[in-house]
Design a protein around this ligand. Sequence first.
Ligand SMILES: Cc1cc2nc3c(=O)[nH]c(=O)nc-3n(C[C@H](O)[C@H](O)[C@H](O)COP(=O)(O)OP(=O)(O)OC[C@H]3O[C@@H](n4cnc5c(N)ncnc54)[C@H](O)[C@@H]3O)c2cc1C
Ligand code: SF4
Length: 319
Amino acid sequence: MKAQHGPQAMYVAGGTDLYPNMKRRQFEPKVLVGLRGIEELHGLSNGNGLTIGAGMTLTELSTHPEVARSYPSLARAAGLVSSPQLRNMGTIGGNLCVDTRCTYYNQTYQWRKSLGFCMKKDGDICWVALSSPRCLAVSSSDCAPVAIALGAHVRLVGPVGERMIPAAALYREDGMEYIEKTPDEVLASIHLPPSEGWRTAYWKLRRRGSIDFPILGVAVALKLGAHGTCAEARIVLGAVASQPVQAAGAAAMLVGQKITPELVEQVARIAYKPAKPLDNTDMALSYRKKMARVYVAGALAEAVGLDRAGGLYDSQKDV
Ligand SMILES: Cc1cc2nc3c(=O)[nH]c(=O)nc-3n(C[C@H](O)[C@H](O)[C@H](O)COP(=O)(O)OP(=O)(O)OC[C@H]3O[C@@H](n4cnc5c(N)ncnc54)[C@H](O)[C@@H]3O)c2cc1C
Ligand code: SF4
């Protein structure tokens, strides 16, 4: 159906991002191809890790005992998306494909029109940086940085066949062409590698305790070897650019080391540097940048079970 209708058609899963975008005339498809009835997109299967159908709702994912036990950061990220109603409808596939966001874009049609629109839809200028040749809208998925930190792969199925790519290769640093997937391809499933030995955490910053998109998301994953020495590490920052950003240099500092509070602070001071938030989402960008350091430290401390003084680093446990 999608191939038949071409660019006039869009896929819809839960519709929790697509329908609001249609109301604001950011998306104007003539045909919607519903994915919810496709049985193969649902459910979860074990075997050399975990395979999650893209049609699984965020509620199902966040409350699934196997996900909560083996991939707690994914369960938490899914459980922190928007509100219970939207998590009941919204899917993990939709979350990984969710549109990028910007203060000048996520507005009504009339609001955007009064400004003369912008390059992402109907216009030709970027209001965030007037000389920018590209759109700087922000990757705002909670689950995307976690999928990358977990080393997940995604299976894309299209009219000409299917392919499996690392979740890290699914995103581009471009607010308009933000996803490395042809419009005809369906994201069918997410494949998580075995979790043995891995410790993970996800921390999300937003103004309110519910509804709000992340204005910073920090996903960490550490593989601990003998005597608690770190064998592998990944630190991924969400909502700081048009794609999730890996702090690879900082993560490398953890490898071969025992994780101490001092090392966590040292790594966090490096990890927050690739975060280059702009003035196109909620809260001041200098605050968001500073919080990246605090949240990296918190997420790392939580992942390895470090006891932190003052309770600051426990704050996300109550969210
Ligand atoms: C008030 C509000 C608050 C929100 N807060 C958050 C938040 O805190 N964090 C967050 O991450 N998101 C948030 N969202 C966005 C959205 O609810 C979630 O990202 C949700 O997971 C999207 O899933 P969906 O199934 O509803 O996607 P849909 O709306 O159906 O689709 C989203 C996009 O993905 C495409 N798509 C969907 N499924 C597939 C697939 N299997 N293969 C290929 N393409 C596909 C659609 O064509 C569309 O472009 C919020 C939305 C609202 C309205
Ligand atoms: S970053 Fe610029 S082009 Fe992109 S949505 Fe915002 S104002 Fe528009």
